[in-house]
Design a protein around this ligand. Structure first.
Ligand SMILES: C[C@H]1O[C@@H](n2cnc3c(N)ncnc32)[C@H](O)[C@@H]1O
Ligand SMILES: [Zn+2]
Length: 448
């Protein structure tokens, strides 16, 4: 058995009581937390980490990513979503290879480790490669193959097979660090019949579903024009939002990314059904998609988590930036400075996201999995700290994350990443990105 002690910590447990402990310690035995307390620890430890008064908290959960897209960081900016996807991103993605996605995913894992994200929910292609990267990097990943049916039944059949294969092969692998979901892309790229089939498969396999919904006003208008209802009600007619399953036995998580154009009725429905929303404020602002009504969702009792979206629309995976932006955006659009206070944002970025990834993460307490970070407070931007939540949201940087433990393993210690060769990942992913961009450009020119 391996025993790790983290001592002299300013602990934010993020448990049900949001207990905050000054001068506390955490004991980790193998992959689990066995004690979180103040006072003096006793016993023998294989490894002691002196937190020196730094903040120790659950690792952050990035609940909406397209990790292989990390290679497309900065590939096409300053465009409207439909043009951006159809004219730039999808043609480039058509040139992706398995090797590209492996190194893009490794790069994404590296960036997440360096900025405090211990777990993420992904939807992309060549997912075996992302799974291999997660296995190697040591973090936690909830992976879905992005199924784009395009209202073509035959294409839908083959997409569903790919989605199923990921679930069958990877669910629970890497000591449970890898989990899976079904990922029907969106209600304006997939028919509701197809999305309903994906949901049924998820219930059968006991895994969740991950979808984009009401990201743009254009989606809302198109759905209303074509079906007479918005995306949320369109999919409610096939029970897509039910988290209990048709037979009310097998509960599955439903993760809805963006949710910018939600009506009050949609919000009420999500609260009743127990849907988790992944709010992606930076991507929504960058693509001018709009501002999701997050304070309203929280008031209605919706479980709202936070995500960065892919690296081509953000353009990074830094959850500290996402936290600050989320808070500022709600204050701006509601003209209410009390909207989305710092503590609520930290809840979104930790425990709320953890609910759809692994229910034994997202809070530091005995019995939970040991997924945590140490945030360095010996910094100018961390002086003084009157309130730890305020510091994390309004002043801290991703690069202040000093040490990370996932599943009881130290992935980064004192700013040194231990689970991969950082230079190799940067060089290999850069070479892949250059090759990918060149193939995409050549193809574009050949097509005139
Ligand atoms: C899984 C699929 O989702 C696409 N994708 C990436 N970003 C977004 C977004 N903001 N909205 C919709 N789709 C997106 C990826 O480019 C991939 O094609
Ligand atoms: Zn997305």
């Amino acid at each position: 058995m391996s025993r790790i002690l983290i001592k002299n910590a300013h602990i934010l447990t993020m448990d049900d009581n949001r207990t905050e402990i000054q001068n506390g310690y955490v004991v980790i035995e193998n992959d689990l937390i066995t004690k979180v307390s103040d006072g003096n620890p006793s016993g023998f430890f294989d490894k002691t980490i002196d937190a020196e008064g730094n903040i120790v908290m659950p690792g952050l959960s990035n609940t909406h990513t397209h990790l292989g897209m990390t290679l497309l960081r900065g590939y096409a900016d300053d465009m409207v979503l439909s043009d951006w996807l159809q004219k730039e991103i999808w043609p480039a993605e058509a040139e992706l290879t398995a090797e590209d996605v492996y190194w893009g995913s490794m790069l994404g894992c590296l960036e997440m480790i360096r900025s405090g994200t211990t777990a993420f929910c992904d939807m992309y292609f060549f997912m075996d490669e992302t799974a291999k990267a997660v296995e190697k990097a040591g973090i936690r990943g909830c992976l879905s193959y992005g199924m784009i049916e395009l209202f073509d039944e035959e294409r839908g059949n083959s997409e569903l097979i790919k989605g199923e294969r990921l679930v069958k092969e990877w669910q629970g692998k890497a000591n449970g660090r890898i989990t899976t979901m079904y990922g029907p892309h969106a209600p304006n790229t997939c028919s509701k019949e197809f999305i309903a089939r994906a949901k049924k498969a998820a219930e059968r396999d006991g895994v969740g579903v991950h979808i984009h919904v009401l990201e743009t006003e254009d989606e809302l208008n198109t759905m209303k024009k074509n079906y007479g209802v918005c995306s949320v009600h369109h999919l409610d007619s096939v029970n897509f939002w039910n988290t209990k399953g048709d037979d009310l036995t097998a509960g599955v998580d439903v993760l809805a990314a963006h949710c910018v154009w939600m009506s009050d009725g949609d919000i009420k429905l999500f609260a009743e059904k127990g849907v988790t929303v992944s709010h992606n404020p930076i991507s929504n602002m960058k693509l001018s998609s709009g501002a999701a009504p997050i304070q309203k969702m929280l008031d209605a009792g919706v479980n709202v988590a936070l995500g960065t979206d892919g690296c081509a629309s953000n353009n990074n995976l830094n959850m500290f930036e996402e936290m600050k932006t989320a808070a500022l955006l709600q204050k701006l659009v509601t003209t209410d400075p009390e909207a989305l206070p710092a503590k609520a944002v930290v809840e979104m970025a930790t425990r709320n996201g953890a609910k759809v990834i692994d229910k034994k993460t997202g809070a530091l307490k005995a019995g939970n999995k040991a997924d945590l970070i140490v945030v360095d407070t010996k910094k100018a931007n961390a002086t003084p700290i009157f309130d730890a939540y305020s510091h994390l949201v309004y002043s801290a940087a991703g690069s202040d994350v000093k040490t990370m433990i996932v599943d009881g393993k130290i992935l980064m210690e004192d700013y040194l990443v231990l689970s991969m060769n950082e230079n190799e990942v940067i060089e290999k992913s850069k070479a892949c990105a250059i090759g990918l961009a060149k193939r995409a450009k050549d193809k574009k020119e050949a097509n005139g």
